[in-house]
Design a protein around this ligand. Sequence first.
Ligand SMILES: [Zn+2]
Length: 207
Amino acid sequence: MSLPESIQNLIDEFSKLPGIGSKTASRLVFYLLNKSDQEVAGFSQAVANLSKGLQKCQICFNVSEDNPCNICNNSKRDKSKIMVVEEPLDVVAIEKTPYDGLFHVLGGAISPIDNIGPDDLRIKELIDRIKTEKGISEIILATDPSLEGEATAMYITKQIKNQNIENRIKSNIIVTRIARGLPVGGDLEYADEITLTRALEGRKEYD
Ligand SMILES: [Zn+2]
């Protein structure tokens, strides 16, 4: 027996979400079916309105209601540090720690299996920032402690050192990598704030 089309469609959509298999997707859809029309409408409206009024900050590429975002725009932030992360959720995680510098959101990590190369990420934009923004003293690489995250951190370090900004970098800017206290293969966004704070404090110069 096949399911009614409207049910199957929604199951298919839920199944595309990360971490949701077809079983969970079916459960969610039948859960919604039992809800009142009003509740379902509220849910679908929230999905439909998700990206309204949101934009990417043109400096750090974090998702924000303002451009530049309220981190780039905050004069109290320490503008000598730029922390490089994969996703906006990583910013949310780091914001729970005492870190008060700036961010740069790559939009993912280098992953040949998923066909994601350096050009698909905001790496060139990072190099441009390093070249143009004044007073930067440290680039903190906080990509995930996974194969992809490590490959991305290595690639960025190479880029920074290979560029003709090399001389400026050598004298003024150090590149650090957050400490390995984080579980290998893990996701930065799921790390608790104590682990994150320790990983940050234990960061080392990265070569
Ligand atoms: Zn920003």
